[in-house]
Design a protein around this ligand. Structure first.
Ligand SMILES: NC(=O)c1ccc[n+]([C@@H]2O[C@H](COP(=O)([O-])OP(=O)(O)OC[C@H]3O[C@@H](n4cnc5c(N)ncnc54)[C@H](OP(=O)(O)O)[C@@H]3O)[C@@H](O)[C@H]2O)c1
Length: 314
């Protein structure tokens, strides 16, 4: 039997439970991945506590969208992957598990130089960061303000923007400044007076802003500093972004991503694997917990109590 984390009611982290599931079987065009690491994202916790709309729970609901592992079996018609291949899973519900059937369109090969934990940390954060910066057309000469630059999405956004030649100012709590500096950003503390602190750091002005924090402060600071509202985006305040005249990418936005934006999210995964191998991108890893401790992982991510990506290991 395989194992998976499930929940049957919306609620606090303790609704998450480890259960036995039948061994997954690869359907046509699918492979079964033996999962070695599952990335924990804030979205997993938001869905669990009902902070994002989802259909009624009619049977135990699976958890997690990001993971990495090894191909264990191949379904009919699968080409391009072989048993034993190391792979990254991108955006398939149910990665908090020991095994999962995955369509090959959601799989990327993981190079030997990238760990399973790193691979499991890529999907949502890296895809989101890359798509947002492409949508905002961030380029050399820009000064980008990233709110929550110390988080998983923020750190990915900082690194892409620096690679593309932009200057990056990123918000964090002061204990996280060294991490941001190591990625090439100028850190600034969030909290009262943020707008003035950013003005001092960037007297030449801020040309583009990405909000990964979702606070009123992040929105108001971006509005005060960036003239062109088409170059302000949030990934958290989707429901009310339009009230401020700014853009939103998912995060509860009623406006769906375009096909191009969706493909950017996928393009980011192999591209980032190559960057990591070349030493040009880093994933900050946080606590590695056993799969059975999924509730603890959700507590940590909801309290912002861990630095780096939390990973569950079956
Ligand atoms: N729309 C989308 O497609 C999409 C995709 C991915 C994520 N998201 C959302 O984006 C957000 C960030 O995701 P993540 O994976 O990067 O989360 P994460 O790794 O858990 O990071 C959380 C970040 O929030 C920062 N933070 C905490 N309190 C803050 C405050 N008062 N002001 C400013 N920053 C504050 C933390 O900074 P310190 O640790 O320095 O305090 C940390 O950088 C989450 O809400 C997530 O659901 C949306």
């Amino acid at each position: 039997m395989a194992h998976a984390i499930v929940y049957s009611e919306i609620g606090t982290p303790d609704v998450l439970r480890l259960t036995e599931i039948p061994d997954p079987v690869a359907g046509p065009g699918e492979v079964v991945v033996r999962i070695e690491a599952a990335g924990v994202n804030p979205l997993d916790a938001k869905l669990r506590r009902g902070a994002r709309p989802s259909p009624p729970i009619v049977e135990p609901r699976r958890v997690g969208f990001d993971g990495a592992g090894v191909v264990a079996s191949l379904g009919e018609g699968v080409t391009g992957f072989a048993i034993g291949d190391r792979v990254v899973i991108d955006n398939v519900l149910g990665t908090y598990a020991s095994a999962l059937a995955v369509p090959v369109s959601k799989l990327f090969r993981l190079s030997d130089g990238v760990t399973m934990a790193e691979g499991a940390s890529l999907g949502i954060p890296v895809g989101t960061a890359y798509q947002c910066l492409r949508s905002l057309d961030v380029t050399k000469g820009d000064t980008l303000l990233v709110h929550a630059g110390s988080g998983a999405v923020g750190q990915a956004a900082v690194q892409f923007a620096v690679l593309w030649g932009a200057r990056v100012i990123a918000t964090a709590r002061p204990e996280r400044f060294d991490q941001l500096r190591s990625l090439g950003a100028d850190p600034v503390a969030y909290g009262e007076g943020l707008t003035e602190r950013v003005r001092e750091l960037a007297p030449e002005g801020v040309t583009v802003a990405l909000d990964c924090a979702g606070t009123d402060e992040a929105i108001q600071t971006s509005l005060a500093l960036v003239d062109d509202r088409e170059r302000i985006a949030t990934i958290v305040r989707g429901p009310d972004a339009a009230d401020f005249g700014i853009r939103a990418f998912s995060g509860g936005s009623p406006v769906p991503l375009t096909d191009e934006e969706q493909s950017w999210r996928q393009d980011a995964i192999p591209l980032t694997i190559n960057l990591i191998e070349a030493g040009d991108f880093q994933v900050e890893l946080g606590p590695e917990l056993p799969l059975a401790d999924a509730a603890r992982a959700h507590e940590l991510i909801e309290r912002h109590a861990a630095n780096g990506k939390i990973v569950l290991v079956p």
